[in-house]
Design a protein around this ligand. Structure first.
Ligand code: PEP
Ligand code: MN
Length: 282
């Protein structure tokens, strides 16, 4: 984007990546997609209320954990197969595409029936048999960065998928382990332009897991958009204090709305349209 008074035109606002279809919308290309929803699906009411609120505010796709990779075995592990009917109902009601994490190759067939894209969690980025199996599926794969993965290892993990014939890989930066303890992880926004120079695949940013701190999510969302990300993955919950997982980093509906208001300003400055529900279906 240039202005007549610019002494030198700014030419590197973002590098355009390949557009990957996602149900009725897409990730990559010119548009910017916000994927939002709870860390874990807990009930029909919780997921449906969240889905409607985020759609209203400008999200273009839904997230919601079905099988959760929790640190402790006694923690809530997700509703598992009991969530499938909830996902079908909410996806039908909202018309939004759905992304959720697959934790085991044995879930792929059934998950493929209810999802528009598979998510590979940070803990499974190095699970190459899972990646290869997803490479043989007809739906896109959102590949999170491993907890302490080098960028080159992450690029190689994506190749495990694409080499099997599935070109639809989307990177998602979700923070890495560092010495810093004030935030849950250290969000590496330099990964965005780095990956875009090295690959044609789209890059999303997850400021929820990337910071683990509710008040840091809006500023990091805006920074991600300015850095050239193709979208965001944000955790939202109707009552964060009561969430079964990751409540400390979940936005309530008002915070999500205000994040979207700020985001629209940045997107207009970098000349990128938001892929909203309606725009996505057009
Ligand atoms: C998630 O997105 O719900 C999740 C578990 O993220 P990560 O794999 O990045 O920890
Ligand atoms: Mn989570």
């Amino acid at each position: 984007m240039t202005h007549p008074t610019d002494p030198v035109p700014f030419t590197s606002s973002y590098i355009k990546s390949r557009e990957i279809p996602l149900g009725p919308t897409a990730i990559g290309g010119e548009g910017f997609l916000v994927v939002a929803g709870p860390c874990a699906i807990e009930s029909y009411d919780q997921f449906s209320q969240t889905a409607n609120a985020v759609a209203q505010a400008g999200a273009g796709a839904l997230r919601g954990g079905i099988f959760k990779m929790r640190t402790k075995p006694e923690a809530f592990q997700g509703l598992g197969f009991d969530a499938f009917d909830i996902v079908r109902r909410v996806a039908r009601e909202t018309g939004l595409p759905m992304i959720s994490e697959v934790t085991d190759p044995r879930q792929i067939q059934d998950m493929g029936d209810v999802l528009d894209a598979f998510q590979v969690g940070a803990r499974n980025m190095h699970n190459f048999e899972l990646l290869k199996e997803l490479g043989r599926q007809p739906k896109p794969v959102l590949l999170k960065r491993g907890l302490s993965a080098y960028l080159d290892e992450w690029l190689a993990a994506a190749e495990y998928i694409t080499r099997e014939g599935n070109p639809g890989v989307i990177f998602c930066e979700r923070g890495i382990r560092s010495f810093e303890r004030a935030t849950r992880n250290t969000l590496d926004l330099s990964a965005v332009p780095y990956l875009k120079e090295r690959s044609h695949l789209p890059v999303l940013v997850d400021p929820s897991h990337g910071t683990g701190v509710r008040n840091l999510i809006a500023p990091m969302s805006l920074a991600a958009a300015a850095a050239g990300a193709d979208g965001l993955l944000i955790e939202v919950h109707p009552e964060p204090a009561k969430a079964a997982s990751d409540g400390h980093q979940a936005l309530d509906f008002a915070m999500f709305q205000s994040t979207m208001t700020g985001l629209r300003r940045i997107l207009s400055a970098v000349d990128r349209p938001l892929r909203t529900h309606r725009a996505g279906r057009a």
